[in-house]
Design a protein around this ligand. Structure first.
Ligand code: PLP
Length: 382
């Protein structure tokens, strides 16, 4: 990994080195937290301490944490906790991660009423749309805090205020996977009822996440068994994962502000260098975006081809569109109003605050590869 310039941190992040110490401790304290002898009880105590420390770090002491196998499961639990019965509706935005969007589709296929909230050209949900869509029939609204493809930030506080003023009974779930540690998250002041987090996006291990649930909000289990996690999520606890998640949240939340400032400078310097190289691009990640994620679109270039050309320079990015054929498929960029050509030519660059970047070199390499590709296309066309 160290040979690569890794710019795909919205997909996953490099685990903190300190996790090996957590693993070492876990290896000698490997007992099943449900067992009743003392060493096992001590493990249970560690889990409960971690639960509390995560709530505190997120300003969510008036709620509870349910540990899950990741954000996908946490999102599924959240959406499975409402009982629509063909009578009530669920609102999700058009740009949600598949862990929400596809669960909503499944409910829709089962005959439930799902309402899709559009976004503006920046990929953020408009308050006015929320105002028009929420009614006394709205059981739940699920809207992401930070979009994983563009970094667009939703104003969750205002959205919650509007929803609750129309229907105080509506449960508000927020997918906070790309927000925690990147922007300030204070669950109490945001006014949410449920909030999803994932460890591997904040330098933790894969396969562990959590759903924060405000006191008084009812959830339904989707996994039944031995009754762990207060019966909401059975299965022997992923102790190493839980302790690691607690460590990572504590660290990234404590360092959030200084990290944000560092990444903002990196984002600006990178875009400036692209501009100095006379690169023509559409920036899909405007001002109201997390600086950690930059979505860019180019005309007449396939993002996937650019990705592979950059890989030959050991630069790892992702495309903004999943397209195996000529037809680009990107729900988020489509919702933002981009045409097929720009969607096809989109890439995503995502930074980590725990890495350092030679942004001039990265921008220069992108500029060179882009110009080469555009030359080939011009040649083919004429
Ligand atoms: N939600 C968002 C916004 C994400 O970016 C991701 C990861 O890609 C997920 C949910 C799913 O997370 P996990 O891999 O922990 O299931």
């Amino acid at each position: 990994m160290d040979n690569f310039i890794y710019l795909d941190n919205a997909a996953t992040t490099k685990p903190f080195a300190e996790l090996s110490k957590i693993y070492e401790d876990y290896s000698s304290n490997f007992y099943n937290p449900s067992a009743v002898y003392n060493p096992a009880v001590n493990v249970k105590v560690l889990i409960e301490d971690t639960r509390r420390s995560i709530c505190k770090a997120l300003g969510g002491e008036q709620g509870n944490i349910i540990f899950t196998s990741g954000a996908t499961e946490a999102n599924n639990i959240a959406l499975s906790s409402i009982n629509l019965r063909g009578k009530y509706n669920l609102i999700v935005s058009l740009v949600e991660h598949p862990a929400i969007f596809n669960k909503a589709k499944q409910l829709q296929n089962a005959g439930e009423n799902i309402i899709y909230a559009p976004t503006d050209n920046n990929g953020t949900v408009r308050l006015n749309d929320i105002k028009n869509l929420v009614s006394d029939k709205t059981a739940m609204v699920s809207i992401m805090h930070v979009n994983n493809e563009t970094g667009a930030i939703n104003d969750i506080k205002q959205i919650c205020d509007v929803i609750k003023s129309i229907n105080p009974k509506t449960v508000i779930h927020v997918d906070g996977v790309q927000a925690v540690g990147k922007i300030k998250v204070d669950l109490q002041s945001l006014g949410v009822d449920m909030y999803t987090i994932s460890a591997h996006k904040i330098n933790g291990p894969k396969g562990i996440g959590a759903l924060w649930v405000k006191k008084g909000i009812k959830i339904n289990p989707i996994v039944y068994g031995g009754g762990q996690e207060q019966g909401y999520r059975s299965g022997t606890e992923n102790v190493f994962g839980i302790l690691s998640l607690g460590y990572c949240i504590g660290k990234v939340v404590a360092e959030q502000e200084q990290n944000y400032n560092k990444i903002q400078l990196i984002k600006n310097a990178f875009l400036q260098q692209l501009t100095l190289n006379n690169v023509q691009f559409k920036l899909n990640s405007g001002n109201n975006c997390s600086p950690y994620i930059i979505s860019l679109s180019f005309n007449n270039v396939r993002g996937e081809v650019l990705l592979h050309n950059l890989e030959s320079h050991n630069i790892l990015i992702s495309t903004g569109s999943a397209c195996s054929s000529k037809k680009p498929d990107n729900r988020t960029l489509k919702a933002m109003g981009l045409n097929d050509n720009l969607i096809m030519g989109s890439i995503r660059i995502s930074f980590s605050a725990y890495d350092n970047y030679d942004v001039n070199n990265i921008a220069d390499t992108i500029a060179t590869e882009l110009k080469n590709l555009q030359k080939i296309i011009r040649g083919n066309n004429g």
